[in-house]
Structures are given as C-alpha cells and as structure tokens.
Design a protein around this ligand. Sequence first.
Ligand code: BGC
Length: 770
Amino acid sequence: MSREMFSGNLRNRLHSDEWLIWQDQYEAKENLKYESLFALSNGYLGIRGSHEEGTKITLPYLYINGVFDKSETFMRELSTLPNWLGIRLYVEKELIGIEDCEILEFSRVLDMKGAFLGKRVRLKDSKGRETLIEGIRFVSRNNVHRMGIRLYVTPLNYSGIIEVESIIDGTIINFYDAPRFKVKHTYMTANEKLAADGCYVEVATRENHLHVGCGCRIEAYADGKQILGNRMISRFGEQSVEFGDIHVEEGKEVEIVKYVSMYTERECPAYALHTTIEKEIEGFVETGFDQELKAHEDVYKNMWENADIQITGDDELNRAVRFNIFHLMSTGNEHDDHVNVGAKLLTGEEYGGHAFWDTELFMLPFFSWVFPKTAQNLENYRYHLLDAARANAHKNGYKGAQYPWESADDGTEQCPDWTIEPDGTCYRCYVAVYEHHVTAAVAYGIYNYVKITQDMDFLYSKGAEILTETARFWASRCEYNKEQDRYEINQVTGPDEWHEPVNNNLYTNYLARWNLGYVLSLLASIKKENQEAYDILIEKTGLTEAETAHWKEVQEKMYLPRKEGTRLLEQFEGYFELDNVTIEKYDENDWPVRPDALKTKRARETQINKQADVVMLLHLMGNEFDEETIKENYAYYEKRTLHGSSLSPSIFSVMGLKVGDDSKAYRYLRRAAFIDLLNMQGNTREGIHAANTGGVWQTIVFGFAGVAQREDGMLKVHPNMPKEWQGLTFRLHYRGAWLEITADGSNQAKVIRLAGEPVEAEINGKVTTI
Ligand code: BGC
C-alpha cells in the first residue's frame, strides 16, 4: 500500500509512510476491529471508523466524553449518540456500497500526522457501472464542534444521476449486537430542518435529560460550482435524511462535502442548541472544508511536536508506537476538567467509558510529561469528585475518601455488582467490593504529577486535600492484628484479579503505607512553607494530631508479606502455599502458553497471575528496593504471569530492562505496541486498550530511554536501547522547561532545552545544566 495509488486529491494530503496505518482489503468480519483502530477523537467527541454507507457488521458508535446515562443498564455508561456518518450514493436504485457492489479496489488509511481517515474504493454494480470514490474524514481539533467528510466521486464508465442521502441516525443504541444488553440511552426531542438546507436531530439522555444536538448539511461541487439539485429533507422516525441529486458525466469527478456540528447542553442552553449548531455550520461552510482541515492539522502538528517518538532502525515498531500515542493524545482534553480518559478511550463501549486506576498509573505519566495542562485537568477531575469519594467511603463503612473502582461523571461507584455472561449465566462481580487500590493510585498520581510539573498550587490545595482524605481512608481500612502487633488489609483484591479476594495484598498494603507516609511528610512541609494553605487544609479536613499520630503508627506497623529468609516478596498472605504452577511453554510468537494445570484447577488455586502485581509495585516503588530484590522478584513473577490484561506487558518491559532481561523487554514492548493493531487480546472490537497506549509510551521513555527522576527529583536519562536502534528522539516538559532528548546507537543521551528555564539533569551519569 502506498499513497501513490490515490489520486491527486488525497495523495498530496497524505503524509509519509511512517504516519500511515493501512487497511488494504475489505473483510466484513474485520469491520469491528477496524472501527476501533480507525476511530477519530478530538478530546470532546469520538467516532468509530465505520463506513459511510453502512455495513452489516458494524458498531457505529459516536460518543461525547462525559455524556453518561444509566437507564436499564447496570451502570452509567457513555451514551451512544446520533451518528452523522451516513452518506449513501445510489445510481438507479442501486446502492454504491462496499457490501452491495463488486469491490475492484479497496483501501483505507489512517493518517496519524494529519489525524484524518482516507479511503479509496472502486466499485462495480450489478449493471457493470464502475464508480471510484475517494474520501477523507476528520473531527476537528481546531474547533471541536466541527466534523467533516468529503467524498470525491467519479463515474468511470457511465453518465447519469447519482442520488445522495446524508443521514443523521438517531436509532443507534448501546450494545447494538448484544440482544441481552441492548439499551437506548436517549430519547429524541427534535428531528427537523437545520435551516433552509440541512437536517437537525436533538436528543436528551433519559435520566438527566441532558440535551445533545447534531446538525449537518451536504453540498456537492464540480469545477468549484455548487451542483446539488432537488434538495429535500425527510424525517424517518429517529433518522433525519437530507436528499439531493447530482448529474454526473463519465470520467468527471464531483465532490460531496458533509459539514457536521454537535453541541450539548453543557456548552449552551438547550433552547439555543439548534441555532448554535446552525450558525456553526454556516461558519464551517464559509471557512471551507479545506481551511478547517488545515487548521485541524496545524493543531495536530503542534501536538506531534510535543508527543512524537522517533526510533531510527525499527520502522514498523515506530509506526505502532505512534499509533498508541495518536489515540491517547487524541482523547486527552486540555479544555475540560470534568472528563477523564476511559479504559477504551472514545473508541468502543467496553467498560462504559469509565475511568480506572489505568488513568493515574498508565496514562497520566504521558500527559504530565507531554501535555501538562491535560494532566492537570485529569487531576482536577478527581478533585471535583472528592465529595463523591467521601460518600463512597462512608457508604462502605470507612472514613475519608474512597475513589470508585470505575468512575463516570458523578463519582459514584460504576463497577456493576452483576454481569451476565454471553451464555446467560449471571455472575456476581466483586471487583468494586474488594479492589481498593485505585484510591492509592489517585494519591500516587498526584505525587507523580507534581514531581514532574512542580504544580505546587495544586499540591498545596486540592492535592493535599485529596491526599489527606485518601490517607484517612487507608487508616480506617486497616485492621489491627493484636497478636502480631501489625496492621493488615484483609479481604482485598490486588492488581492481579485472578486471586479475589485475598488477605494482605502486598501491592495494596505497600501503597496504603506509602500514602500515609507521604501525607505525613507533606503536612510537615506545607506547615513550614505555607502556613495559610496548612490552616485551610486543617479546617477543610478537620485533621487532628491524634489522627496523624494514629496514621504514623499504622504506617510503621503495616504488614508487608514476604518469604522469610529470602528476597522474595509475597504477592499476598499465603501466596507461596498455593500450587506452584509455572509457565513452561511459549508459542510461535514467544508468548506464554496457558499451563495445562489450569485445565483442572482454577488460577486462584495456583500461583499463576493475570497481570503485573508485585512487579507493578516494583515499577512504582523501585527506589525502595535493592537491585537483587527487584531482579529475583521479576524473575519469579515473570514465570507465573499470563498477561491476561493489557496492563501487564508494558510494565514487564520496563522492569525487564531494569533487571537486564533485555530481549524479553523488547518482546514485551512489541506485544504492547501491537496489541490492538494485530488484535492480540482478541477484543480490539470493543475499543483501543487505553492503559496500554500509555504503557507503550512509558516503555520507550522510562524503559529504553532510561528517563527517571532521582530521589531528589532531578531528571535522569540513561538509555538502554536494543542494538538494532540507531537512535531515539522525543520531547518532554519538565519543571517548566521543554526538552528534546536524543539517544544514539551507542546509548549516549543528549538533552537540549527548546524553551523555558535552565534545569539540572543527570545525563549518562553526569550532572549538567541544560
Ligand atoms: C484489568 C484491570 C483494569 C481494567 C480496565 C481489567 O481487565 O485487570 O487492571 O483496570 O481491566 O482496563
């Protein structure tokens, strides 16, 4: 596949190969995967990469981040909103679509640099008429309320009339292909003409009655002249269709452009939605598709200047790394601090668009180092929901603030108590009941965000308040074991969800202890440096000396299980007594094969893990363990982890490099980088694995480039790249400076300052001022 196959329209727009992700064949059964891979988001909304004309297998979802609804479902989930993608072309009653015609040529391409989706199809209908359609689609990041599609249509061997339908489809529902779960989260409040031309659909969510408007208008052009005739608007139930026809001549290209806009009641009052959208579309038509696309590309150019990673000597991997960065940065929102980044970004419906610990520990590092404003918004999101976390702790019988395992718009627990398996069996889901470490992740996220950005204003006000309340939660969550004179956390689930629940999961206990310790030292420094902030904090939280004294004791006496007389850390109390099953076989991709023992035993009866647990702890708290301990534990748990979660390979890659297991680290990086592109977990149809996208970035930057912060916070760069890589370049924001980091084939790093104040850093073992 190459850009050369496109005609001038697209060829000149497409960027060079390293920015392109291709689909070169149409296979209906791959549709859902490609809908996820080719989803486009602009931080405000996201739309899956479905085909304009519609296909039989499709989940054509459109989401606006933050628009949640519950209705009959188990939890508040991102509501599928009216989809504006539809454009259907007919010639004498024949639909010119990929599933209705013979496909003579087919390709689609995601241009990550320009952030648009291109396509080229040549179709032959039952009468032998051939039509060439090239297209481009984007959701503007210059103005997030503008989305556009342009089709270049050429009748190759006929002249006549092409009838065009442009559709807004309000019938699409969540769980479109899962009968048991199907649910409609909105009801229609308007289906009308947009203005003289164009159609408009307005819906409201069923519980909160939040109104969302969607308007669009089509135009057709030949030789710069408007040629759409016989325009008409029709309303078919919840679909709104703008019709028009075009006289076409053999061999002569025409252009069809669809201008779209969406707003919600969050941005303008419900009564003004229609007029706002009408004006927005007028403005868009006036600006022109090309101009808006250019402005959109300029924004992306700037984003890539910040976020790109260039690897010399490993092109295919580099493209995959860019693919992960593309989706993650496209979803982050630098303007709205009431939305988070869901576990599937805005690309699919699994997990209902909810935020997990995935945000703080996998994605936030990327945003903190690359897009600090977006990182700050993610921090503010947690602050806005602090009261809800307080209520959650209270409901569960604890003190302080307990963040929900799954979080949507109102901060209540959104992890369902029950799920129904595809075979109809009901399944009691205990995750929210036992998996509490997300609260520590929120605390760690603040610590880490501030360490990178030095946003002391946030730390001393909102951050300190969250940290205090989370520490308070942990202190109340711990139980005192009198016999052993220690504090314990019982009936808990750690990151490895295959052992649920356990007593004293080391990861959870360690982070709870860390949270308490960190707040104690933070309180001391706020008191010293900013008495006013300290007084406000004490007033807001009602913290007393007796309470902090208690925290100190809990922290000092926290039980941290380990195998006595060895360096082995014990994942949880009793783990080493479980059946010692290990991974012995690897498949043709060198990937662990599920041990036979699991045919007769449940994983929970063995030491086999779903994902990084102790190794995750070593990743976060590596500074607190000696080299040998890290090495031995990595080796032990690596033999017992099946990576049933996409949150695992990237962490094993970073840690593999730390312990000198370089070849495995590279293998883990490839696994992580290609997880969705090659559908390695088999569920890319449900959306892109968001945490993994951040994990891939961490693997390159913290792993192969060896970026870290020393105990004193100083930036440290010490690359450790595979032999095949001749170079690595990327940029970071660090304490007000903007830095470019390069590493050459002999693992020597160079850091230059592109903007901001001079900073000190330890480069290849030597401290220098940059
Ligand atoms: C993982 C969790 C993760 C969740 C959402 C689960 O499969 O075990 O660690 O938070 O997916 O990505």
